[in-house]
Design a protein around this ligand. Structure first.
Ligand code: UDP
Length: 323
């Protein structure tokens, strides 16, 4: 059974292909390689193309006749979205409309969509449940919320169905070290700290140590990319079993401060990190932790990797790769 994985050459997309393949699906990757890596396409055919090119997407869907689409293709860097909002609205919103038009024309009516906890904005209560108001703090978060809204509206119009998965902090890598996190430029805490451990970067800057948290640094819910991948395969199966449209959090429910994360990284790598205090990063919520009951109930999902394994698999990848 074929699944079209749009943006399947990226970080979470490539790990999802690995998992889909292990569960008996054939992942067909569609990616423009602007941020993806062709060497990450290892578990099925590759078609290069851009989601804004509706005819090209339609051609690929018509050729492979996938049962469902898993849609990762997006610009993801929050800071860039503030600097270049139009590029984000074009790629993330107009691009998705183009993809949906092609899918509709080709008769594919099932989609799993990469959404984010960034759609919630500043938490009014914790842990964050799916019913929490969605008031994103950045253009990036707004593009993701807009697509969630579009998908909801489409489900009301005909038998189109979708699952929007709201990720918390994706981290870690394939335990066998074949693929991993590779962003350019890198902005995420774990890869940046590992680069410091490897001597490829001088220091790790803690963005704010005066938050109202247990040690003053921000709390995040780090979830292993293989657990996210597993949730995507489950969401595909849920849609193939005629599940209704839904939005679901993907997080562990456990919060980790930046300082706790750095302690864990020092323990796993057995290296001392050069850490410096820096100013708060605009738009950072002090605490983001998921309520994951819905994922457990609806998808039968539960996270299998803890923070040590997240850092361990990321370290295994980073220390062996030259990214
Ligand atoms: N962070 C940091 N220094 C860095 C990068 C990130 O202190 O160089 C902090 C950031 O403020 C946040 C956490 O680490 O609290 C995770 O940030 P990341 O960018 O990895 O993910 P985000 O939470 O923004 O999705």
């Amino acid at each position: 059974m074929k699944i079209l994985v749009v943006g399947g050459a990226g970080y979470i997309g490539s790990h999802t292909c690995l998992d889909l393949h292990a569960k008996g699906f054939t992942p067909v990757v569609f990616d423009n390689l602007e941020n993806g890596h062709e060497e990450f396409v290892r578990w099925g055919p590759f078609e290069r193309g851009d989601i804004l090119d509706t005819d090209r997407v339609h051609e690929v869907i018509a050729r492979y006749q996938p049962e469902a689409i898993v849609h990762f293709a997006a610009l993801i860097e929050v800071g860039q979205s503030v600097q270049a909002p139009l590029a984000f609205y074009r790629n993330n919103v107009a691009g998705t409309i183009s993809l949906l038009s092609a899918a509709r024309r080709a008769g594919v009516r099932r989609m799993v969509f990469s959404s984010t906890c960034a759609t919630y904005g500043l938490p009014q209560h914790l842990p964050l449940t799916e019913g929490h108001p969605q008031r994103p703090l950045s253009p990036y978060g707004r593009t993701k919320l807009m697509v969630e809204d579009i998908l909801r509206d489409m489900s009301g119009a005909d038998d189109f169905r979708s699952v929007s998965l709201r990720y918390f902090n994706a981290a870690g890598a394939d335990p066998e070290g074949r693929i991993g996190e590779w962003h350019e430029p890198e902005t995420h805490a774990i890869p940046l700290a590992l680069e410091v451990a490897l001597g490829r970067r001088r220091d790790f800057k803690i963005f704010g140590d005066d938050y109202d948290t247990r040690d003053g640094t921000c709390v995040r819910d780090y979830v292993h990319v293989m657990d996210l991948a597993d949730a995507h395969s489950r969401a595909v199966q849920y849609l193939l079993d005629d599940g209704a449209s839904i939005s679901i959090n993907l997080g562990t429910g456990t919060g980790t401060t930046v300082k706790e994360l750095l302690d864990k990284i020092e323990a796993v790598t057995r290296r001392k990190l050069n850490v410096v205090e820096a100013a708060r990063r605009p738009g950072d919520a002090p605490v983001l932790v998921a309520d994951n009951e819905l994922a457990r109930e609806v998808l039968g999902w539960s996270p299998r990797y803890d923070l040590s394994e997240i850092v361990g698999t990321a370290w295994n990848w980073h220390s062996r790769s030259n990214m």
